[in-house]
Design a binder for this molecule. Structure first.
Ligand SMILES: *Cc1c(COP(=O)(O)O)cnc(C)c1O
Length: 423
């Protein structure tokens, strides 16, 4: 019998999904299993630097431990190991060093006002890690098992490394093709690891200044590409432009796409604008849509959209006193261009703008440079309790997210972690 016809025009997304399903279906191999985690504690742990120690600004101080899990095509997932922080053992021929066969996540653990340790919507990060890993030909990662591993890791290191209320530590789960084969091919070995990195406490005092990307800076993501996934390949090629922007006094690049200048993301953060719609005059919170797979499906982006719909829209499901005086808005996920923002600014319809993501949290925008001597001064009409200038909507959303992260309110997005420490 003739073999079944292979569908000719399968979309890239279908290919990726089918690859992931195929990987998961190889269930004869040992799967990722958090219950098999073994512990080797660090007997020579480091000293936790003070919150204002400049060493935190280097972003290279890690905690006492790391968690690693090896995968091979032949043997599946090995038992996860929690062990002293240190070098990874890979050969110079390893695929990840040459072909960007790498995917990662960015999460934070938070120490609440109640002294409890929390993660923020960790299930979403773990699902995304699975999508990113399979996008880059690395193994499928069972999101529930990964979440369990992240919880176990923070449960060991955070009692010591995250002692202060209302502070956070940055978590970096990553997966790399760690096998020694140099050939350009689907990796046969991988290493999944989780580390925690110290950040300085950060607040954006006067808003971020953005430089809109020009053609000669390249594009961050494109239709049919991989901008929707958190793979290392998306970031390296943007760093030259980012470095130049920093030298010229900007904080981030606002990445545009196409000759029409579609607004996508600001650095590695999602981007939101509040304006009055040109035609209807209605107040809108607008951000680029996920449908065309150009932007990252940010956990913070999702949370901003959900909170804005439930608390700031015309049909709120939660009515909060502190925002009753604010004009209600429509939440819109739609393509828009830099010229649309410039036009809104020039006609007095631009209300505010902010970037958001785990690393920079909710960062109000004060200025966008989009032509050599043409800039958009974005209004920032309030000052928050911590002394930062902001638009009122960004300020309200930031406060709500902080309340959840730091346990000022009980909310399903704030997941409390039991602490065991390093023993
Ligand atoms: C990580 C990231 C974000 C933010 O996502 P969160 O899940 O909110 O942290 C946004 N854009 C890009 C390109 C990113 O890499």
């Amino acid at each position: 019998m003739a073999p079944a016809a292979v569908p000719v025009a399968a979309a890239a997304s279908e290919l990726t999904v089918s690859a992931m399903k195929a990987d998961l279906a190889k269930s004869t191999k040992p799967q990722l299993d958090a219950s098999k985690l073994t512990y080797t504690f660090n007997k020579h742990g480091g000293v936790v630097p003070a919150l204002d120690d400049p060493i935190r600004r280097e972003h290279n101080s890690s905690t006492d431990h790391m968690l690693t899990v090896k995968w091979t095509e032949k043997g599946g997932w090995e038992a996860p190991q929690l062990r002293p922080y240190g070098h990874l053992d890979i050969m110079p021929t390893a695929s990840c060093i040459h072909y960007a066969t790498q995917a990662f996540e960015g999460m934070k653990a938070y120490r609440g006002v109640d002294g409890k340790l929390r993660l923020f919507r960790p299930d979403l990060n773990c699902k995304r890690m699975n999508l990113s890993s399979t996008r880059i030909a690395l193994p499928a990662i069972d999101p529930e098992q990964l979440e369990e591993l992240v919880k176990n890791f923070v449960s060991v290191d955070c009692p010591k490394w995250l002692p202060d209320a209302e502070t956070f530590i940055y978590l970096r789960p990553a997966v790399i093709a760690s096998g020694a084969a140099l050939g350009v091919q689907k990796p046969r070995e991988a290493t999944l690891f989780i580390i925690a990195v110290l950040f300085p406490p950060m607040e954006v005092l006067n808003g971020m200044r953005l430089l809109a990307s020009k053609e000669d800076m390249g594009v961050r993501a494109w239709p049919g590409g991989h901008g929707w996934s958190k793979v290392g390949a998306n970031y390296g090629p943007t760093l030259q432009a980012q470095g130049e922007a920093r030298e010229r006094g900007f904080d981030q690049i606002l990445w545009l796409l196409g000759s029409e200048g579609r607004v996508t993301e600001a650095g590695a953060s999602n981007f939101f604008v509040v304006w009055k719609n040109k035609n209807s005059g209605r107040l809108e919170l607008i951000t680029a849509p996920l449908g065309d797979k150009i932007i990252l499906d940010g956990v913070t982006r999702r949370s901003v959209i959900e909170l804005a719909k439930s608390r700031l829209s015309h049909n709120p499901t939660e009515v909060l006193k502190e925002v009753q005086h604010l004009e209600k808005l429509d939440v819109v996920e739609q393509s828009y261009t830099i010229d649309d923002i410039a036009e809104a600014y020039e006609s007095g319809r631009l209300v505010e703008a902010f970037a958001c993501g785990t690393a920079f949290f909710v960062a109000p925008i004060s200025y966008i440079q989009h032509e050599v001597d043409k800039g958009i001064e974005v209004p920032m009409n309030t000052t928050t309790a911590d002394g930062c200038k902001s638009g009122v909507y960004a300020a309200a959303i930031k406060t709500w997210l902080k309340e959840i992260m730091y346990g000022k309110v009980s909310h399903p997005w704030g997941v409390v972690i039991n602490e065991r420490g390093a023993q």
